[in-house]
Design a protein around this ligand. Structure first.
Ligand SMILES: Nc1ncnc2c1ncn2[C@@H]1O[C@H](COP(=O)(O)OP(=O)(O)OP(=O)(O)O)[C@@H](O)[C@H]1O
Ligand SMILES: [Mg+2]
Length: 224
């Protein structure tokens, strides 16, 4: 099995004035290509912090991260946006859609950043929106979409450009059982065809059966 992400003794300490919060405490794990894995744990246990460090959004306090064998732990700040574009599709807790852009434009955005020609970007984005069941909402602004619909736009955007690693923070939180299973099914299908992987932070016990492995974290530590 080929390794997609390897994390070694990863640590994050937040400092707020004199208070130190150890959000992630010596976590080591490997995730392989073609896997769909879950990260599970109580609120405040460090799930988003761990995901953000794996996605090179947040710098670790200590430890190492290797992505496709490339050590990204000590790269300088200005390289990180490039690394993020190269490797990741993100689905954030709270979606982060651009309010003035339509659903279609939101999905097209990462493709534009990658330099995909307008026509191809348009085609791929409409296709993805159709796959998440939003073909009739392509020209809607985020404020006119329901919570579940916004979430599906965010999912389509994360899948645009076939990223090697999909990082998703509670991607099925606002979806009913049927749409939630559909989304995980879609991730599974893409991960297999693209030889990629997906890492999903979730509380949703209904999707557990479709995950290859689940990592449990508590107080910033991996439970074995
Ligand atoms: N920017 C920050 N500054 C200081 N402390 C932070 C910061 N972000 C998170 N924390 C703290 O780090 C701990 C882990 O937070 P994190 O957001 O990773 O938890 P989580 O498992 O994603 O929780 P939830 O399920 O509620 O989203 C929490 O105690 C939180 O208060
Ligand atoms: Mg979180």
């Amino acid at each position: 099995m080929e390794t997609a992400i390897e994390v070694e003794n990863l640590r994050k300490v937040y400092k707020e004035g004199r208070v130190e919060v150890v959000a992630v405490d010596s976590i080591s794990l490997s995730i392989y290509k073609r896997e769909v894995v879950g990260i599970l744990g109580p609120s405040g246990s460090g799930k988003t912090t761990l995901l953000s460090m794996m996605g090179c959004i947040l710098r670790p306090t200590g430890g190492n991260i290797r992505i496709h064998g490339e050590d990204v732990s000590n790269l300088s700040e200005h390289i990180l946006p490039y690394i993020r574009r190269k490797y990741f599709g993100f689905i954030f807790q709270g979606f982060n859609l651009m309010p003035p852009l339509t659903a279609l434009e939101n999905v097209k955005l990462p493709l534009k950043f990658k330099g995909v020609p307008e026509n191809d970007a348009e085609k791929e984005s409409s296709h993805l929106l159709r796959r998440v069941g939003l073909n009739e909402r392509v020209n809607f602004l985020p404020r006119d979409l329901s919570g579940g619909e916004k979430q599906r736009v965010a999912i389509a955007r994360a899948l645009a450009g076939d990223p090697p690693i999909i990082l998703a923070d509670e991607p099925t939180g606002n979806l009913d059982h049927k749409s939630g299973s559909h989304v995980v099914g879609l991730l599974r299908e893409l991960v297999t065809t693209n030889n990629s992987c997906a890492i999903i932070v979730t509380h949703d016990s209904r999707i557990f059966h479709s995950l290859d492995r689940v990592f449990h974290i508590e107080d910033g530590r991996l439970k074995t």
